[in-house]
Ligand binder design. Structure first.
Ligand SMILES: O=C(O)CCC(=O)C(=O)O
Length: 205
């Protein structure tokens, strides 16, 4: 019997339809897109994560429940500096293209990527990303999470937030990235995020 192999589909070749969501009430510089990836792309990515060596996020001697792995560059909190990391694995390069298109920057400028694994009970505390980095483009995979923002004001904190759904992308740039803090409360089920960053011009690396 003449059995023809099924044609290999390039999962990253045909992006799903783009529906941009206006970030009403959310910080300036924040952009969100709920359908940035297809189910197939999500599946392929999360399968590839099994080849990665995740380590608990280390912050000044404290080990968080969130586990991470960085490529290109990584921020060493103990030494307060950027350090070179292993090159980006090939399977993340098509995702970097999508991140670049979403943020309107060249793909090669996204020199850092971090894959974060949130098992149930893991979250990320209030923070702003280190000034060594510029834009932050994050993809959410497998489970939703509440992305919270807060901005200190004279009379207290101004707070806003939204649910970032699986296969969505968000961008933190400008005030959303530099003035507002963000956090994710502990998740109920396994979630991954992939965050791409370009480097700030004045960073000491
Ligand atoms: O997982 C996310 O969406 C947020 C990640 C984050 O804030 C960070 O890695 O600094």
């Amino acid at each position: 019997m003449n059995k023809r192999a099924a044609p290999q589909r390039d999962l990253f070749a045909t992006p799903p339809a783009r529906v941009e969501v206006p970030a009403v009430g959310l910080p300036d510089g924040f952009k969100y897109q709920p359908d940035a990836l297809s189910f197939e792309q999500e599946l392929k990515l999360t399968e590839s994560f099994s080849s990665l060596t995740f380590k608990p996020f280390r912050f000044h001697g404290y080990l968080a429940r969130r586990r991470v792995v960085s490529f290109g560059w990584r921020y060493d909190h103990a030494g307060a500096q950027l350090c070179e990391a292993e090159p980006m694995p090939r399977f993340l390069l098509p995702l970097r293209e999508i991140a670049a298109g979403f943020a309107g920057v060249p793909a090669e400028s996204l020199k850092q990527v971090q894959v974060s694994e949130y098992t149930p009970g893991a979250g990320i505390d209030w923070h702003r990303d280190k000034p060594a980095f510029k834009d932050i483009i994050a993809f959410s995979l497998l489970a939703p999470a509440k992305l919270r923002f807060r901005l200190r004001q004279e009379e207290g904190w101004k707070r806003v937030g939204l649910e970032v759904v699986p296969r969505s992308a968000y961008l933190l740039r400008g005030p959303a990235r530099s003035f507002w803090e963000h956090s994710i409360p502990p998740v109920g089920v396994l979630r991954y995020s992939v965050t791409f960053r370009n480097l700030a011009a004045r960073a000491h690396y």
